[in-house]
Design a protein around this ligand. Structure first.
Ligand SMILES: *[C@@H]1O[C@H](CO)[C@@H](O)[C@H](O)[C@H]1NC(C)=O
Ligand SMILES: CC(=O)N[C@H]1CO[C@H](CO)[C@@H](O)[C@@H]1O
Length: 360
């Protein structure tokens, strides 16, 4: 049984071409080889009676790093990280042979002879949809990795498409929390101070490797103070680290959750305490430059999910990579700090892929 399904459709201004899609989120399965979610499957409706011409579809991944009207140091404000163009009309392949999913079959059946199926595969080395939050006073488009499917009529592939005869549909590439449990993250440090016989130990431990958006994080802090200094000014924070990789590699570190404790650990005593933090976009609305998950239209979003990158493609990735860590700091005679990395992601939605199972 195939479940009832939303179909997204959009037409060009002159109605010459339309795109139908079963969904707009495409899943990058970081921990499996299941290719089903990595394929963007669509049907293109061509109204050939309007204009006997060639019709192409294009999947693009664009890295935009400024406003349209802004020229950064003479460099363009956007760059195509990935571009794949296919001819859909006249079809290069037998229509029946390239039918891949039940959804495509249903659409072809419903739309009749002017409909042509097509699909794109997402390569491994693309970032997910992500953007930097603009300041409330900023206008226009901002730094973001965006995906789009575009269908257009043209005389040939190189020719610029006519705006009236092209249609663009924004899509998203997303990753969900991996199934595997991972190791419990923990980190510790030992400091020796002058004039002290014994060191100061500090350790921070989380409960698990992956947290879901909105889930509180319990951070167990152990301080064993053998030194002759008093430990004070303990702070616990969650930091978001965004690596923007394009012409150069820039790293931005932003605190997204923070607690300042009044606890002290006098010389010769110890402390074991659980602090709880919950990093949320709601507490960071006005913060310019925070990485957020890509959004469609005016839907709300959340802090960017951690990027999971397969080791072998890491160096090729352009765009934005996001990671998180808990940082515990304290002052003794100098600053003592530990950092514990973790993943912040959405859980895998249940039953998501049912209707995409191959029909034959
Ligand atoms: C964090 O601590 C609270 C209070 O002790 C507990 O209810 C909760 O289950 C803990 N969270 C996790 C993820 O273990
Ligand atoms: C490393 C160390 O000596 N830690 C000491 C800190 O203070 C507590 C409480 O007095 C001691 O039990 C620890 O041995």
């Amino acid at each position: 049984m195939s479940p009832k399904h939303t179909v997204y459709k959009k037409f060009s201004h002159d109605k010459s071409v339309g795109v139908y899609m079963g969904r707009r989120d495409f899943v990058d399965h970081s921990d499996s080889v299941d290719p089903v979610g990595n394929v963007c499957v669509c049907v293109c409706l061509v109204n050939v009676s309007v204009w006997p011409i060639l019709v192409y579809v294009m999947l693009s991944c664009t890295f935009r790093y400024g406003r349209d009207d802004m020229d950064v140091l003479g460099m363009a404000f956007r760059r195509d990280v990935f571009l794949c163009t296919r001819q859909v009309y006249p079809p290069l392949q037998d229509r029946e042979r390239c039918v891949h999913t039940r959804l495509q079959e249903r659409l072809l059946h419903k739309l009749g002879h002017n409909a042509y199926p097509f699909f794109f595969e997402f390569p491994d080395n693309l970032p997910c949809s992500v953007g930097l939050q603009p300041a409330p006073t900023d206008v226009g488009k901002h730094c973001a990795v965006e995906f789009e499917v575009k269908a257009f009529c043209a005389e040939n592939q190189e020719e610029k498409s006519h705006k009236r005869s092209s249609v663009r549909l924004a899509i998203r590439k997303v990753q969900y929390a991996p199934n595997k449990k991972g190791v419990v993250p923990s980190s510790e440090t030992a400091c020796e101070f002058m004039m002290s016989d014994r060191p100061l130990h500090m350790r921070a431990t989380l409960e698990k490797e992956t947290y879901y958006h909105g889930e509180p994080i319990n951070i167990t802090v152990d301080i064993d103070n053998g030194s002759n200094k008093d430990v004070k000014s303990i702070t616990i924070s969650v930091e978001q680290i965004t690596n923007v990789v394009l012409y150069s590699s820039d790293k931005y570190v932003k605190t997204v959750a923070y607690e300042e404790s009044t606890d002290t650990v006098p010389s010769g005593t110890s402390l074991k305490k659980v602090y709880t933090l919950c990093p949320l976009l709601a507490d960071n609305r006005e913060r310019r430059g925070l990485a957020l998950d890509g959004k469609l239209k005016h839907e709300d979003t959340n802090l960017a999910s951690s990027s999971i990158v397969k080791a072998e493609v890491l160096k090729e990735i352009l765009g934005m990579l996001v990671s998180y860590r808990v940082v515990v700091k304290a002052t003794a005679s100098g600053e003592v700090a530990v950092e514990v990395p973790f993943l912040l992601m959405h859980p895998k939605p249940e039953g998501e892929l049912v209707s995409y199972i191959h029909s034959s």
